[in-house]
Write a protein that binds this ligand. Structure first.
Ligand code: IPD
Ligand code: CA
Length: 275
């Protein structure tokens, strides 16, 4: 689909949200179709990291549609990112950050927990966020100037106020050093104190669950910008909080993060910071 738009130096935020939503829903139709068919052999990205043909096709589709709608903006996608993406893009304005399928392992094993993530950021700070969970039919959106919505209705984070009641979601990094730090330091520190600690296999899926109040927090030691750019803003606009693991100001290029309903945030950072 092509959307008519007269682009100035900075794209209009409402228009950007609408265009990205249409693109995410179209991408979702393709992914659902692939998921329900025969999935081909996976492509190795090195070590334990793999992509399916659907990741690559959807990555190209979303980037192509965004560039058609916003010819002046720059696109950073999971499947086409250069090694030095952080130094190249962390100071870029009007940057679209895309994860075509977040939760590739789930997708490849036919577990329906994965999502599409599209965010428009200035220097790593998101201003428009769109997440689509194609198997659940859930479209999450947020803008700096408007609330977080799920299929058009406002959403809010949970009210959980004590660690012993807190459900934390998480994930493991593709970076082996971060993975070891997570296993040795983060998991023991957290699991000793919280009620539940789980990993769905998709950061986007889990962070959307924080935004709608289903779970209370999502933490990650070694996350990438495409996993968190959109959902970080959605959590903030749903009344939650996202910071670095040290409790410092967040942007989408940070790698060790804590996001939560805000109420239990300092207690969670207290368990991790300084470690
Ligand atoms: C991964 C998932 C997972 C997280 C990893 C991510 P991918 O994304 O979000 O939950 O723990 O760090 O890389 O590879 O499925 O797009
Ligand atoms: Ca991802």
């Amino acid at each position: 689909m092509t959307i008519e738009h007269n682009e100035g130096d900075s794209p209009d935020l409402e228009y950007s949200q609408l265009a990205a939503s249409h693109i995410a829903i179209s991408a979702g139709e393709r992914i659902r179709h692939a998921f329900n068919g025969t999935l081909g052999e996976e492509i190795s990205k090195g070590g334990v990291d793999f992509a399916t043909q659907a990741d690559i096709d959807t990555d190209r589709f979303i980037a192509g549609e965004l560039i058609k709608s916003f010819p002046k903006t720059v696109v950073l996608t999971e499947e086409s990112a250069p090694e030095d993406y952080a130094s190249r893009f962390k100071d870029t304005d009007n940057l679209w950050i895309i994860d075509p399928i977040d939760g590739t392992t789930n997708f490849s094993r036919k577990r329906p927990h994965f999502g599409i993530s599209i965010a428009l950021v200035d220097k790593g700070i998101p201003k428009v966020a769109v997440v689509y969970l194609p198997m659940q039919g859930e479209l999450y959106t947020a803008r700096v100037d408007s609330p977080a919505l799920l299929n058009g209705a406002e959403i809010h984070v949970s009210q959980t106020d004590a660690l012993e009641k807190t459900w934390v979601e998480s994930g493991i990094s593709w970076d082996m050093e971060k993975r070891a730090k997570f296993a040795k330091i983060w998991i023991p520190a957290l699991t000793e104190k919280v009620r539940a600690f789980t990993m769905s296999g998709s950061a986007v899926y889990d962070m959307a669950a924080v935004a709608k109040g289903e779970v209370d927090a999502f933490v990650h030691c070694g996350i990438k910008p495409w996993d968190q750019a959109a959902t970080g803003l959605i959590i903030q606009k749903a009344g939650g909080k996202i910071t670095t693991a040290q409790g410092k100001e967040w942007n989408a290029f940070e790698t060790e993060i804590i996001s939560s309903n805000g109420i239990i945030h300092d207690q969670l950072t207290g368990l991790i910071s300084g470690k």
